[in-house]
Design a protein around this ligand. Structure first.
Ligand SMILES: [Zn+2]
Length: 537
């Protein structure tokens, strides 16, 4: 019978289920040692534990079913670094017949729910972080295209969950931040398109305080839903409250009114507009999930992120130009989007790009910010084309085919969840392959999460080369980090900004080059891997 669930409970699939012992043997494998992992894929057989995992004091791997336990001395030995760890007092009842759930051999994956740091004075006052969507709309388009784009936006806003917060930025020669909370008339903050602008400058110009890291000292006063009141009331409003304002604003919104010289491209400040959107999101508390959804109709020609001059006699750089290093704007633009990526990753926010144009729009330059934040790219030739329309709708729709960005479930307040997976291999010579999975308990309360962190622990013989997929290396060096990097490497810890239950990453491993296989006492009979994901749901 065909196995319909090859990843099993753990959500892990390996290229090899039996691993070579040495670097030499590994080098003979044509297919690399790799694992595709779905960090938070739900499964009804994963138990949920209402306490924090015990971590090894040397390597910080979590206590698991492969740890050796001395019940008399109340000690567990870490299978990764062989550190002997004392059990804390609340594990005093542990015995061979009274095991905590994480030590049951069948629970290779467990989930822990942790309390978010509550307000010590009023624990029920912990803010519930609502997801934020900031739409960034290019207005340098022909009238017909802008009508298509506006209608898609209206549809998307109608599909968002009522409590999701929405912000709106439009841009052409300049970037405009619309104050949606000011309903008496349309009020706009204008940012010059030609000048690079920092997050601090954006917040200052909008009159917003930076959120900073005040979370640890309890929640600052004047917070509503985890945001400063000024952001919530002025720029980011619940979808249900601002749908009408935003719809009438879109009805009135015209194409960019700045004159375009004959023989020239429109002046389009995509870079500044995205910086401004990212800066606005900088006013949200750490841990807030947010996406910038950019609808772009052509190349950036103004200010930071420019990929081509305004003069139409100069064509947009081609593959050949990039290959020959003959694209004069390329490096500077990539550097700019690289720093935007860093800001977004620090904030834990995602950039999605929907571009519709007959010519190029500069995805080669922008892609670093999209890839590192786990965003989406859709390219089409028109905002009226079904490639754009259907894709855009699918992103926001809540259904079988949806990408899960929109959620209708009530999220459990202030909980943090971790997933742990262990896989063990038998000794190669004996060819034993062991992987356990079994039944119990269920969970289904999360459907959606915006950002998370992945840590990988592995036996000392194993090196991590890197990860291919929507994540960013946090450059946490250690003995298990390989010198050769594939994808996002040089680390054993990664940040994932656009994390959801269908997120899948491929981890590439290598074996340590020190060949100790002929020294019998150093031979490790089994290799272990642990994937630990922290995320807010
Ligand atoms: Zn350890």
């Amino acid at each position: 019978m065909a196995n319909s669930d090859p990843e099993g409970v753990d959500g892990v699939r390996m290229t090899w289920n039996v691993w070579p012992r040495t670097k030499l043997e590994a080098s003979k494998c044509v297919i690399p040692l790799a694992a595709s992992i779905a960090p938070i894929r739900p499964h009804s057989d994963i138990p949920t534990l209402p306490y924090a995992p015990l971590r090894c004091r040397t390597c910080s791997a979590a206590l698991n079913a492969y740890s050796r336990v001395d019940f008399l001395a109340k000690i567990w030995i870490c299978p990764f670094c062989y550190q002997r760890n004392q059990f804390p007092p609340h594990y005093a009842m542990i015995s061979e017949t009274n095991l905590p759930c994480e030590l049951y051999p069948q629970y290779t994956t467990v989930q822990y729910t942790l309390q978010r740091n509550p307000d010590p004075n009023n624990p029920s006052n912990a803010p519930q972080l609502q997801p934020v969507f900031v739409f960034v709309l290019d207005t340098c388009m022909i009238e017909e295209e802008l009508v298509f784009a506006k209608s898609a936006l209206k549809q998307a806003i109608g599909l968002l969950p009522e409590q999701a917060l929405v912000g709106f930025v439009s841009f052409g020669t300049q970037a405009h931040v619309h104050e949606l909370g000011f309903t008496e008339m349309s009020k706009v903050y204008v940012f010059k398109g030609s000048k690079e602008i920092s997050k601090e400058q954006v917040l200052e110009q909008l009159g917003l305080p930076a959120a900073g890291r005040r979370l640890t000292a309890g929640y600052p006063k004047g917070l509503q839903n985890g945001y400063t009141n000024t952001v919530v009331n002025r720029f980011l409003l619940p979808a249900s409250d601002c749908e009408f304002t935003l719809n009438s604003l879109l009805d009135e919104l015209q194409t960019d009114q700045w004159p375009v010289q004959a023989g020239h491209r429109a002046s389009r400040c995509t870079g500044v507009a995205l910086s401004v959107a990212a800066g606005l999101l900088g006013a949200c508390l750490p841990g807030t999930g947010a996406r910038i959804i950019a609808l772009v109709g052509g190349p950036c020609t103004e200010g930071p992120g420019t990929i081509v001059s305004k003069d139409l006699s100069e064509p947009v750089r081609s593959h050949k130009d990039l290959f020959k290093d003959a694209a004069p704007y390329f490096k500077k633009a990539v550097k700019f989007y690289g720093s935007l990526a860093k800001q977004l990753v620090d904030q834990g926010h995602v950039l999605d790009l929907f571009a519709s144009a007959l010519d190029q729009v500069g995805v080669a330059e922008m892609k670093v910010a999209i890839e590192r934040t786990g965003g989406l790219v859709v390219l089409a030739e028109s905002f009226g084309h079904s490639v754009f329309k259907d894709s855009f709708k699918l992103v926001f729709e809540d259904g079988e085919q949806s990408l899960g960005l929109c959620f209708k479930l009530v999220l459990i307040k202030g909980y943090k969840v971790g997933v742990q997976v262990d896989v063990a291999w038998g000794e190669r010579l004996k060819g034993i392959y062991k992987r356990n999975s079994s039944v119990k308990l269920s969970f289904s309360f999360f459907n959606f999460s915006f950002s998370g962190m992945l840590e990988i622990s592995c036996s000392k013989e194993i090196k991590v080369q890197g990860i291919i997929g929507p994540c960013t290396s946090l450059e946490k060096k250690g003995p298990n980090v390989s010198d050769t990097v594939i994808g996002e490497g040089n680390t054993t810890t990664w940040k994932m900004c656009g994390l959801d239950k269908s997120t899948c990453l491929t981890v590439i491993f290598d074996l340590s080059s020190t060949d100790q296989s002929n020294v019998p006492e150093t031979v490790n009979p089994q290799f272990y891997l642990q994937f630990l994901t922290r995320f807010a749901a």
